[in-house]
Design a protein around this ligand. Structure first.
Ligand SMILES: [Zn+2]
Length: 99
């Protein structure tokens, strides 16, 4: 997907909105069953992506799956947040050297 689905784009296409990206302050909509928009999902380390999918598939099969899935989702969202903070800090440092 080269362009993430936004609310405006979904409305323009007369599509029913789906779920929102799980990360904070993201306006992108995602297909049902997906946790995040593609740009944010790509920021999640592969090990964490695998954990999310593994536990998602186990829901209903194992009693501890829902809790483990929630923990995996929280870790993935936190990973994206930490990457955003690091990127912001890097931008601030670059801008500070310009002025
Ligand atoms: Zn997103």
């Amino acid at each position: 997907m080269s362009h993430p689905i936004t609310r405006a784009r979904a409305a323009a296409a007369n599509c029913l909105p789906t779920a929102e990206c799980a990360t904070a302050n993201c306006q992108h909509l995602v297909q049902p069953g997906f946790l995040m928009c593609l740009p944010h999902w790509r920021q999640v380390p592969r090990v964490m992506q695998r954990d999310v999918w593994t536990w998602y598939r186990q829901i209903g099969r194992r009693s501890d799956a829902a809790r483990s899935y929630q923990a995996a989702v929280a870790a993935a969202v936190e990973a994206v947040y930490q990457k955003q903070l690091a990127a912001e800090a890097s931008r601030s440092k670059r801008n500070a050297t310009l002025f």
